[in-house]
Design a protein around this ligand. Structure first.
Ligand SMILES: Cc1cc2nc3c(=O)[nH]c(=O)nc-3n(C[C@H](O)[C@H](O)[C@H](O)COP(=O)(O)OP(=O)(O)OC[C@H]3O[C@@H](n4cnc5c(N)ncnc54)[C@H](O)[C@@H]3O)c2cc1C
Length: 263
């Protein structure tokens, strides 16, 4: 009824189960998790009730919320620490740029910009659900088939929820993040560079920038065919260069062993 993380640490495996209490209660979740781990002989040490959302204004008078006191989405993709880092960097930049004398305009600008960043993190996390093809449990069926994802962006009633904003991407305005994905993927059949992380998640979920149908259309156009071959050739060269570099590097295990644990 959710997802599990497994993080190999040096002396143990860190693991956790993120589930929705709308679909399963704590006891059943614990049983399910133990079954997944393949043992009853394990103590579940912490249950965390996740309150997710972002404050409307992170900066109020002389107080700024940073970390969990400002916003939290969920553990997926580990956006917690990086978003905290982004907020701290923004505060330092603003204070230094304005020589520690701020106006209301500066603080409004900070709040606007910080929230925009959190919205981007929220969008990025949410597509892991929206683009999944899982329907093997009622929870995943709800996420991938029943949930009205467009509405997520329209619901501004709850103060703790993220706030709607307009996205400009590749010169086109969108009111809604999904509108943007659908415009480029389903309508224009182009993935613009500004897609950033979205492109990686889409590819990982089995969506291709160009499907077989569109490839057939392109194959009728000689100039487009030439361009595509060029792109493919560049990509192959890039992948070969990268592979050569990576093969010369130690594995994560070797790096940690030699530099941290057995120095
Ligand atoms: C299950 C889970 C997994 C996560 N995994 C990752 C991950 O893999 N990568 C990642 O980047 N982030 C992850 N996060 C997010 C990350 O843990 C948080 O973003 C980060 O810990 C926030 O730090 P913080 O200092 O804001 O809050 P906290 O770490 O909660 O620190 C706040 C501290 O303030 C104390 N406190 C509270 N009220 C008071 C008070 N009135 N007086 C004095 N002290 C008080 C609390 O006891 C606590 O020690 C995860 C979060 C969860 C819940």
């Amino acid at each position: 009824m959710g997802w599990v993380w497994n993080i190999p640490l040096w002396n143990r495996m860190g693991t956790g189960y993120v589930y929705s209490s709308d679909f399963i209660d704590d006891d059943a979740a614990e049983k399910e998790f133990k079954k997944y781990l393949g043992t009853e002989d394990i103590e579940i040490t912490r249950k965390i009730q996740i309150r997710h959302g972002v404050r409307k204004n992170g900066w109020v008078k002389n107080v700024v919320g940073v970390g969990l006191s400002y916003a939290f989405i969920e553990p997926l993709e580990s956006t917690g620490l990086v978003s905290t880092h982004v907020v701290i960097a923004q505060i330092i930049e603003l204070l230094q740029r304005k020589k520690y004398t701020l106006t209301g305009f500066d603080i409004d600008g900070y709040n606007y910009s910080a929230q925009l960043n959190m919205n981007n993190f929220r969008n990025f996390v949410s597509i892991h659900y929206k683009l999944s093809s899982r329907a093997d449990t009622p929870y995943w069926k709800y996420q991938t088939q029943e949930k009205d994802w467009w509405k997520v962006w329209d619901d501004e009633k709850d103060e703790r929820k993220f706030h709607k904003f307009t996205i400009k991407n590749a010169g086109v305005m969108f009111d809604n993040f999904y509108e943007m994905i659908h415009f480029f993927h389903s309508n224009a059949h182009i993935w613009p560079p500004e897609f950033d992380g979205v492109a990686y998640i889409m590819a990982g979920m089995g969506y291709k920038p160009i499907d077989d149908y569109y490839a057939d259309l392109i194959s009728m156009d000689v100039e487009k065919q030439r361009q595509m071959k060029n792109v493919y050739q560049n990509w192959k060269t890039h992948a070969a260069n990268l592979t050569e570099k990576v093969q010369k590097l130690p594995s994560s295990y070797e790096f940690m062993r030699d530099n941290v644990y057995e120095k």
